[in-house]
Every structure is written in structure tokens, then in C-alpha cells.
Design a protein around this ligand. Structure first.
Ligand SMILES: Cc1ncc(C[n+]2csc(CCOP(=O)(O)OP(=O)(O)O)c2C)c(N)n1
Ligand SMILES: [Mg+2]
Length: 354
């Protein structure tokens, strides 16, 4: 497994500082407790992914498993900006969004283990987390397919007159899918409250973004649809929060969709079976040393005297314990009953149609 954010590579280097002005403004708006809470969520996701990776290697988790480590500030910052009635829809790399949306680690881990108490009864697995009560409409395995669904959710919000937006996440590898552009065109034309969040982690499976995209300035991809766009530092929690907060406001108050090009990085291979031969260790170490979203946030929190190093260490221990508990919970839970094999496949027609 890759090293965690507490270990840096041999030559110690100072990480890049967060944007001080933006950090101060968000601090003023949200307060210190909310910032510490966001740190806790980011650490929870990091620890969760480490344990999920190990459980996959032990064959406790089968099928697909795509880890989110490195991208935590995107899910946590953006979902902090979401309103209670907002819809959230994303891609298959969805553990981080599920946890950031408030799903219980036990329920998420049980789903990864294919166990009955999982959010989809253990029948969906890693790519299909879902929580209707939190308006988390799922991780989706069809690359780009979640964007027309997100546009549909945004349409529903408008149709019902709800003051809310749909946050729809996609990867750099999804932005050239035809349906994404069909959906963007409609979102622009119909002024839908759709906030698209492009998580540019630099690679689509094994292909670097510069090898497949006519431009690496991915924000420009929305220009022909006359959709507002901007570049966001995805390793800076506050910049993510602020960009999404403004995009949501534009969506709800000005009927303007947005396209946010969020620059981030993933530390593991595409999935658990990808050893990532297409990039060097140095590149990954450089990202971890200079741009890790948790390290950068911690440094800022300590410099601002919000909490002490000891309190930060205690958060680490607490999140590690929470995740270990979720592993034990998932491991000791039952698999779905055999009778579940045929449920949720066909609807009980006509009773459910009426
Ligand atoms: C329509 C479709 N085409 C191809 C695939 C296979 N596939 C799965 S992930 C992936 C790459 C997606 O990369 P990106 O959008 O950058 O997301 P990341 O894995 O980096 O989070 C591809 C091509 C798929 N799932 N769906
Ligand atoms: Mg990608």
C-alpha cells in the first residue's frame, strides 16, 4: 500500500500553502468547529480507503474497487457547500462522496464487503453507493452517464420550484462523452440549476489527460454551451468550498449552471488491479509532499492556532478506530439471503405501477 500523509518522501519539503485570503473568508463564514469537522471527514475518508484497499487485497472485497485517496478536499469541500435539498450524483469512485454526504462508515463498508446491512443490501458494491435520505443519488459505473441524470434531477428541482441545485461529479475521462455535452447544452438552454464538478485527477484509467484532450484547460469545454466555468485548486479545501458555494448561488438565484474544473490527484491506481505503470513514483511523491489536501489543511489549522498537534493526532486515532470498527462490522455481518438473488431485478407488476 502507498504511504499515508504522515510520512513524506526522503527530502522534506514544505507543502504549498493554502490560499490565505480564501481560507480567512471561509473561516469567518463557517467558524472553526466546522473547519475541524471537515478535517475529520477528510481523515475519515483517507483511513477508510486505506482499510478498503487492504480488505480488497485480503479478498474480503470482491469485484471493482476504486479508491479516492488524494481527492478528499473535493468531496468534503463541495458537499459542505450543498444545501439539505440539493441532489448529489457522481461517478463510480464514490466512497468519498458517500462519507462526505454523511453516510455511516459501517453501512458503506458493509456494501463494499457485499453484506446485507450495506446501503444496497450488499448487491451494489463499491461503485453503487446510494442514500436516498441524503439525496445522494449514487455512484454510477457508466462513465459520463450520471451527467444527463444530474440534468434530469436539476430539471425536477426547477419543475417543482425547489430552491436547490444538483451537484454532479465527473472525471477528466468523462468530459468527452457525447451525453455530457448533450446534457450541458440542455442545462444551458433550460437554465437548469446544475453544478458540474470535474474532478481532474490527471488520469482516466491509464491515460494522462494531455493525451486525450484537445486542451488541458478543461474549463474551456463548457464555452460552446455558454456555461460559466472556472478553475479550482482541488487540493485546497477552502477554494473548493467557496467555488461550489458561489456556483450553487448562481444556479439557484440566477438560473445559471456551472462547470468547475477542479484540479486534483489520485494516489492509487485506477482500480485495485492497476499497478499504475504509466506514471513514476516521483510524480506521486511530489503530489503527496507538496499538495496533499490533508497536510495543507493541517498546516494551516496549526498555524492559525485552531487546534494543537495533539488534537490533530487524536482525530487521526479516532478516525482509524471508526474505520476499524466498520471493518469488523462488515466482516461479521451476513451476506444477503439467497432469496435476495431475484429481488430488485423485476418490479412486482402491476402492483408497483399503480
Ligand atoms: C461509457 C463507458 N465507457 C468506458 C468505461 C470504462 N471505464 C471505466 S473508468 C474509465 C476512465 C474514467 O476516467 P475518469 O473519468 O478520469 O475518472 P477517474 O477514474 O480518474 O476517477 C473508463 C474508460 C465505462 N465504465 N463506461
Ligand atoms: Mg480521472
Amino acid at each position: 500500500m502507498a504511504k499515508n500523509e504522515n510520512e513524506s518522501s526522503e527530502d522534506h519539503v514544505e507543502p504549498e500553502e493554502l490560499d490565505a485570503e480564501c481560507a480567512a473568508q471561509v473561516r469567518e463564514e463557517l467558524g472553526d468547529d466546522a473547519i475541524v469537522e471537515m478535517l475529520r471527514k477528510m481523515v475519515l475518508i483517507r483511513r477508510f480507503e486505506e482499510h478498503a484497499g487492504r480488505s480488497y487485497q485480503r479478498r474480503k472485497i470482491r469485484g471493482f474497487c476504486h479508491l479516492y485517496s488524494g481527492q478528499e478536499a473535493v468531496a468534503v469541500g463541495s458537499l459542505k457547500a450543498a444545501g439539505d435539498d440539493d441532489y448529489i450524483i457522481g461517478h463510480y469512485r464514490d466512497h468519498g462522496h458517500a462519507l462526505a454526504a454523511g453516510m455511516e462508515p459501517n453501512v458503506v463498508m458493509a456494501e463494499l464487503f457485499g453484506k446485507a446491512p450495506g446501503c444496497a443490501g450488499g448487491k451494489g458494491g463499491s461503485m453503487h453507493l446510494y442514500d436516498v435520505e441524503r439525496n445522494f443519488m449514487g455512484g454510477w459505473g457508466i462513465v459520463g452517464g450520471q451527467i444527463p441524470l444530474g440534468a434530469g434531477l436539476a430539471f425536477a428541482l426547477n419543475y417543482r420550484g425547489d430552491e436547490a441545485a444538483c451537484l454532479a461529479y465527473l472525471g477528466d475521462g468523462a468530459i468527452h462523452q457525447g451525453v455530457v455535452h448533450e446534457a450541458l447544452n440542455m442545462a444551458s438552454l433550460w437554465e437548469l440549476p446544475l453544478v458540474t464538478i470535474v474532478e481532474n485527477n490527471q488520469y482516466a484509467m491509464g491515460t494522462a489527460v494531455e493525451r486525450v484532450s484537445s486542451t488541458t484547460a478543461l474549463e474551456k469545454k463548457a464555452d460552446s454551451h455558454q456555461i460559466y466555468s472556472e478553475v479550482v485548486d482541488g487540493q485546497d479545501l477552502f477554494q473548493v468550498y467557496d467555488a461550489v458555494r458561489r456556483a450553487r448561488k448562481r444556479a439557484i438565484e440566477d438560473d445559471e449552471p456551472s462547470w468547475l474544473h477542479v484540479q486534483t490527484y489520485r494516489y492509487y491506481g485506477h482500480s485495485m488491479t492497476d499497478p499504475a505503470p504509466y506514471r513514476g513514483k516521483d510524480e506521486v511523491n511530489q503530489q503527496r509532499d507538496l499538495r496533499d489536501p490533508i497536510v495543507r489543511l493541517r498546516e494551516w489549522i496549526i498555524a492559525e492556532d485552531i487546534v494543537t498537534q495533539d488534537e490533530i493526532d487524536a482525530i487521526d486515532d479516532e478516525m482509524e478506530a471508526l474505520v476499524k470498527e466498520s471493518i469488523e462490522f462488515a466482516d461479521s455481518s451476513d451476506f444477503p439471503d439467497l432469496s435476495e438473488l431475484t429481488t430488485n431485478v423485476y418490479i412486482d407488476w402491476p402492483a408497483e405501477i399503480d
